[in-house]
Design a protein around this ligand. Sequence first.
Ligand SMILES: *C/C=C(C)/C=C/C=C(C)/C=C/C1=C(C)CCCC1(C)C
Length: 239
Amino acid sequence: MVQPGSTEELILWIGTIGMALGTLAFIAMGWGEKDEQKQEFYIITIFITAIAAVSYFSMATGYGLIEVAGIDIYWARYADWLFTTPLLLLDLALLAGANRNTIATLVGLDVAMVVTGLAGALATEGATFRIAWWGISCGFFVALLYFLVSTLSQQAAKRSGDVAATFSTLRNIVIVLWTAYPIVWIIGTESTLGYIGLTTETALFAVLDLAAKVGFGFILLRSRKVLDSVSSAAAQSAD
Ligand SMILES: *C/C=C(C)/C=C/C=C(C)/C=C/C1=C(C)CCCC1(C)C
């Protein structure tokens, strides 16, 4: 159980409020948008921060936490990531104008990464097994990154200059921030290595989560021009 009044609890409340404010901001930004193509980006991005806000609320109130083999595990994180990471990739894929197969591959690799990461967090057979699951999850993650820089980037390169530039910015943010997650996991409590404690780990994940969701959303949605050109490109290909 999260100690009431602890730093950890405070961090989780900051995460909850940050995600909730991000959600409200994105709702306000998308308010009155009539274009269906553009609505898609708002809807996806609003769900990302809304799901994370609920997940943080559950962790702050002690509901999203269980004890596995003597380690405190926030299972709510994995429930959050299972939905929010595919949605983040969907935002990127729509920006890139990706086809169905590309989207399915990205989402498939991503779900496999989160599920095997959860298996590692729940493994009770000892540190070796937990770290083996981490390795398997990293395998899916590396394949995912390869797909982002190869197929998806090639598809994005066919977009107009503004769209391609925003895609590159967001893709690079994803590569850098997402890579930090397995690092925090392996040096933290989940792996049992415990080079950093649970409070530090909670703080690092909170910063990463806010940047990867709220920060990402602002960069994606701030530019009407970019969303306009995505929507007109879609209109042309439908003609
Ligand atoms: C908003 C939440 C985001 C962007 C979460 C991203 C999470 C990951 C990229 C997690 C990756 C992991 C591995 C690659 C290995 C196993 C441990 C995980 C699940 C932390």
